[in-house]
Design a protein around this ligand. Structure first.
Ligand SMILES: [Zn+2]
Length: 501
């Protein structure tokens, strides 16, 4: 209760006390008269006045006064609290004041303001924003209903046309903000479709208009270094420990998928560094961009990769001397994230058949894990036998052949004579043939002879075109310097180059 209401109630309370005084006054007169009769001042004016009233009258009046006192003191017990709890006049003031305010706000005529009581001025004057989270089964009409906005206003919004058609597809969990004036009329709607795009509908001079507002993203380069250790034996574990997202870890694995077997060849002591983009909007990280450069030291050998966008606007990763990282064969025909870590950790082959000379590599993975073609080629065999189970053989050019054994199933269209692309799924891990547990047995042959695909010399990837080499060097040199400084590699050679120039 504020001051105006309290004052009102107190005044009413004073009025209620007045009837109490009359009976006490009459009682006093009666007692006083009796007292005077005993005294000597019978000639005083006052006594004469008192004698004009018969004694019986005063007696009756006194009696009446006592009864009245009892009755009246009993009655106010009901009335008093009511008067305190219902300051009716205040409510009336509020209700009449609000329309005055809202009219002045919407018509931009603040002249009516001084007439408002001080108590009301403490109430918020500004328009309000109502945030609405879209519920399952919601649509714009239901939301308008909840906000007590008329169907006519909804129609005005819908009539804005294709600009607002996105409002028909609002999804549960999304948020809309409605700006309403104090009489509940719609002034604006903000709909954040995604972190970048916001639809702004606003009313000006009684008409609505819609337009899209694009947030300006800010790119920040993040640097990270991580180590493969006994406790973090995989790219995934080490990446997570360094605070990398799954997305960046996957991107990193794809950059080096031709050079490093993340499934089988990581060792404690390996390390990696990378520079990647983080996208911020209004100071808030909204997503990650591309890896700009990365360096991976695996079993003592360092692989550098730098992103370069060529004059044809194609972006890819290159070594510092301008060779593409893409090669004819993937290191692992099963993505490392599917290969069981115990297998990786123990560095041993759990399935080793004495009856069959082991001339390949085993990848322990769950049944159904996709098996990828290591390189572009042509399927020569896809069938089943006792030892190999379901298996696929792919011919890559004149010299190279790859074999994939113990599959649970072939991928669609993987038949003799069909061409396949590098990375295409050709089948699924299983335990068909001589296998006691699901795994992929992978073989790599050069001119018909089994070779270790991880050590065999393979043709180098094509370098960047000569015409573009100068542009490439100029573009990568600052990035390369940063990469080498964060990975702590070849500082001596970098320093020497700087001194020489
Ligand atoms: Zn095997």
């Amino acid at each position: 209760m504020d001051r105006a209401g309290l004052k009102e109630s107190q005044e009413q309370n004073h009025g209620a006390n007045a009837p109490f005084l009359l009976p006490f006054f009459l009682l006093f007169l009666y007692i006083y008269r009796q007292f005077l009769r005993l005294g000597t001042k019978k000639d005083s004016y006052f006594f004469a006045f008192m004698n004009t009233y018969p004694k019986s009258h005063l007696k009756a009046a006194a009696l009446l006064a006592i009864v009245l006192t009892i009755v009246i003191t009993a009655l106010p017990a009901h009335e008093k609290p009511e008067r305190f709890t219902t300051p009716v006049p205040l409510t009336v003031v509020k209700e009449t004041a609000q329309p005055t305010l809202s009219e002045s706000a919407s018509d931009a005529k603040p002249a009516a303001l001084p007439a408002v009581l001080p108590a009301v001025l403490e109430e918020p004057i500004a328009d309000r924003w109502e945030k609405v989270r879209v519920k399952p089964g919601d649509n714009l009409a239901k939301i308008f209903q909840r906000l007590k906005l008329s169907p006519a206003v909804l129609q005005q919004i819908v009539d804005l046309g294709p600009e607002v058609s996105t409002l028909r597809k609002i999804m549960p969990g999304q948020e809309l903000a409605f700006q309403l004036n104090l009489s509940g009329e719609l002034l604006a709607i903000h709909y954040k479709k995604n972190v970048f795009d916001t639809l702004v509908i606003s009313r000006r001079e009684g008409r609505f208009s819609a337009n899209w507002v694009q947030a300006v993203p800010e790119k920040i380069i993040a640097y990270e270094t991580a180590n493969i250790t006994r406790d973090q034996p995989s790219l995934y574990h080490a990446g997570k420990a360094a605070g990398l997202s799954d997305n960046i870890i996957m991107k990193l694995s794809y950059i080096f998928q031709w050079d490093i077997s993340f499934a089988l060849d990581l060792r404690a002591g390996d390390s990696f560094s990378l520079m990647y983009e983080q996208i911020y909007i209004d100071g808030e990280k909204v997503k990650e961009g591309e890896i700009i450069a990365a360096s991976f030291t695996n079993m003592g050998k360092t692989h550098d990769a730098i992103r370069y966008t060529d004059t044809g606007d194609r972006a890819d990763y290159y070594t510092p001397d301008g060779r593409s990282l893409r090669k004819a064969f993937l290191r692992d025909p099963v993505h490392f994230s599917h290969v069981s870590s115990s297998f990786n950790l123990n560095r041993m082959h759990p399935i080793h058949k004495k009856r069959m000379p082991h001339r390949g590599i085993d990848y322990a993975a769950r049944k159904g894990t996709p098996v990828l073609a290591a390189g572009d080629g042509k399927v020569t065999i896809s069938r089943q036998n006792n030892a190999s189970g379901k298996y696929v053989v792919i011919q890559h050019g004149e010299q190279y052949t790859t074999k994939y054994l113990h599959l649970s199933a072939f991928a669609n269209g993987v038949k003799p004579g069909k061409t396949v692309r590098q990375g295409q799924t050709i089948g699924y891990v299983g335990a068909t043939g001589w296998a006691t547990a699901p795994h992929l047995h992978y073989e790599f042959l050069v001119n018909g002879v089994h070779r270790n695909p991880r050590t065999v010399k393979l043709p180098k990837a094509n370098p960047i075109h000569e015409d573009e080499m100068a542009r490439f060097r100029a573009s990568i040199s600052p990035v390369l310097a940063q990469l080498q400084s964060i990975s702590g590699q070849s500082l001596a050679s970098a320093g020497a180059t700087g001194a020489g120039e």
